[in-house]
Design a protein around this ligand. Structure first.
Ligand SMILES: O=C(O)c1ccccc1NCC(=O)[C@H](O)[C@H](O)COP(=O)(O)O
Length: 282
């Protein structure tokens, strides 16, 4: 898909900023990553839904900016049972920074995803993380960038929004594919996106870890997406929007613990769509 095809002005602005951001300079990173597969499997084995909890101070669809210490937030998310963390490093639209990621990764022992809009190889070297995000729609040479990320030791979460993008990600060799429920053309969120795309690509993604992204805010949402085939769930706003009377650990916990009794596991069992799969390891 053409990156400039139908895109929300806020997303165009994010892309423009990513294109004009100076290269980080310095050395090429060389990472010994914490395994995302192992972290997701361990949570699963513990009878909980694997949640990747996101530290996102603000976003184009959020009002205001949270000024909480990212390290305290991250620790609360891990205390709440997050299998892994995602940290925004995009500064201009999400209030993130590579330094936040560095501090968070030092403070926790779960894998940390660098959430940013990476368009070219040099941007991979801004900071060490365990996983980087590449968005199919925005990357010109997905295979090349995937290889460049892996050469540095990163695991890669390849983000898609449509069936065609998932197929592109699979063809490029992605092991982790995120299906974003947020349409970057309009910024609407529709959990049905994951359901439709996972169903349409069931044949072909058997060996892929599928992650449902965006718009997930209740244990019911988690159950619904797990039933549709999500191996893990990426949750940002629902945690970041916690009220003063609440806390992020409690919100993460509510989205994992309550699933213990749900009959929703997908990949290790016979799926409701009749697809039988094996336990995923990579
Ligand atoms: O979050 C946004 O408003 C946003 C706007 C434009 C492009 C990307 C955006 N978010 C990136 C993400 O992928 C989400 O932060 C992530 O999936 C978590 O979503 P949510 O739980 O809905 O915060």
């Amino acid at each position: 898909m053409d990156a400039e095809d139908e895109i929300a002005p806020a997303v165009q602005s994010i892309l423009d900023a990513a294109r004009s951001r100076a290269d980080p300079g310095g050395e090429r990173v060389d990472i010994e990553p914490r395994s995302l597969s192992d972290a997701l499997s361990a949570t699963e084995a513990d009878g909980r839904a694997p949640v990747i909890a996101e530290v996102k101070p603000t976003s184009p669809t959020t009002e205001g900016t949270r000024r909480d210490d990212p390290v305290e937030l991250a620790q609360a998310m891990v205390d709440g049972g997050a299998a892994a963390l995602s940290v925004l490093t995009e500064p201009d639209h999400f209030g993130g920074s590579p330094e936040y990621l560095e501090r968070v990764r030092e403070a926790v022992d779960v894998p940390v995803l660098r959430k940013d809009f990476i368009l070219r190889e040099s941007q991979l070297d801004a900071v060490e993380g365990d996983v980087v995000l590449l968005i199919v729609r925005f990357v010109d040479d997905l295979e090349g960038l995937l290889a460049a990320a892996r050469e540095r030791g990163f695991q890669v979460l390849v983000e898609a929004h449509t069936e065609a993008e998932v197929r592109e990600a699979v063809a490029a060799g992605a092991e982790f594919i995120g299906v974003n429920n947020r349409d970057l053309a309009k910024l609407d969120v529709d959990l049905g996106t994951f359901e439709r795309v996972a169903d349409a690509t069931a044949e072909g993604t058997e060996d892929v870890t599928l992650i449902a992204e965006s718009g997930i805010s209740t244990p019911e949402d988690v159950r619904r997406l797990r039933a549709a085939g999500a191996d893990a769930l990426l949750i940002g706003s629902a945690i970041m929007n916690y009220e003063e009377s609440d806390n992020p650990a409690k919100i993460v916990r509510s989205n994992t613990e309550r699933l213990t009794n749900a009959e929703s596991r997908t990949r290790d069992n016979e799926r409701t769509d009749g697809r039988t799969t094996e336990t995923r390891q990579s």
